[in-house]
Design a protein around this ligand. Structure first.
Ligand SMILES: Cc1cc2nc3c(=O)[nH]c(=O)nc-3n(C[C@H](O)[C@H](O)[C@H](O)COP(=O)(O)OP(=O)(O)OC[C@H]3O[C@@H](n4cnc5c(N)ncnc54)[C@H](O)[C@@H]3O)c2cc1C
Length: 290
């Protein structure tokens, strides 16, 4: 597995803008994206600089992908589930693992949290957002993963060797991935996550209940806040906290675009991507000197 100078998670305006700068600065750059992000739904963009005629979001992204490739960036389609640090960053995706000296999270706006009674109150008291980080605390205990896509299955894979038992809860959604063999899948809608001080179980809309010691939330894909949490970067639960250079509190980890909040527009994302790139260029050059 070769190490890149920079890995950018997200191939929207923020991620691709950053890639233009890091590639032109001679840094080996990999951009990883799972789809076209927010712009996939934007049929007509007419408020971005230089658009004599409106352009679709898809066309804008595809044009910039070509531009980034022409400048030397590598682009892959993959979904990142986990990020960790040990003498450099390691990112784990559906298709493989990737290593880099610096990482930019540019994964777009945070997904909505599951609106289930008790879930926010019990965060950190049995409700977790990171299986690799917290599986250890549930050795031999009963856990559930909440989700219905590949990310949920990935989190289950982290828990199964450690937990006493594990179940997958889809909260009324259709399962869109293959559950690991032998793991029960419960598709009922959830009324509440139960417990006063700690999670004790889950009650379903039909009144039935299961007992649990821990609930791991893995809805949709791992969003910016999920990934940030896995590596100890500060968030306010909806967006990643950065300084004015787009640096997080984790050295070498940066964030840009909708995932940092503020004005959720292409121009802002592009500007933040450029700023983050300048910071990463400085960081990586410093690393290479040491
Ligand atoms: C319908 C609609 C219309 C809009 N119209 C306009 C407009 O006219 N003008 C304007 O300025 N703004 C518009 N916006 C807002 C604009 O699209 C966003 O502000 C902008 O796309 C944010 O860029 P971003 O790079 O931060 O995130 P995004 O464009 O959302 O890109 C996020 C990227 O992260 C990737 N990703 C996410 N999670 C993972 C993961 N776990 N692993 C790998 N990759 C991941 C996605 O595949 C995607 O490539 C519109 C938004 C919508 C939804």
């Amino acid at each position: 597995m070769s190490e890149y100078d920079v890995i950018i998670v997200g191939n929207g305006p923020a991620g691709l803008s950053a890639a233009l700068y890091t590639s032109r600065a001679g840094l080996s750059t990999l951009v990883i994206g799972k789809d076209q992000g927010a712009l996939a739904k934007a049929e007509r963009i007419e408020n971005y600089f230089g658009m004599a005629e409106p352009i679709s979001g898809c066309e804008l992204v595809e044009n910039t992908k070509i531009q980034a490739r022409n400048l030397g960036a590598d682009l892959v389609t993959d979904e990142i589930f986990h990020i960790s640090w040990n003498q450099g960053f390691t990112l784990e995706g559906r298709a493989g693992s990737y290593q880099a000296k610096a990482v930019l999270l540019a994964t777009g706006s945070a997904r909505k949290k599951a609106d289930i009674d008790g879930i926010s109150r019990l965060e950190g008291h049995g409700v977790s957002y990171c299986a690799i980080c917290d599986a250890f605390f549930y050795r031999g205990r009963k856990v559930a993963v909440l989700g219905n896509e590949e990310y949920a299955v990935h989190e289950l894979g982290q828990l199964l060797p450690v937990a006493g038992s594990a179940v997958l809860l889809t909260n009324g959604q259709e399962l869109q991935a293959d559950a690991p063999e032998g793991v029960p899948v419960m598709t009922g809608r959830i009324r509440s996550i139960d417990g006063q001080e700690e999670v004790t179980g889950v009650t379903f809309e039909d009144g039935s209940r299961i007992e649990l010691d821990g609930l791991f939330v893995a809805l949709g894909s791992a969003g910016a806040v999920d990934l940030a949490r896995k590596i100890g970067a500060l968030t306010d639960g909806r967006k990643i906290e950065t300084d004015e250079s787009m640096a997080t509190n984790v050295p070498g980890l940066y964030a840009a675009g909708d995932c940092t909040g503020g004005l959720l527009q292409i121009s802002t994302a592009v500007g933040e991507g450029a700023k983050a790139a300048m910071s990463m260029i400085k960081f990586v050059r410093q690393q290479k000197k040491e």
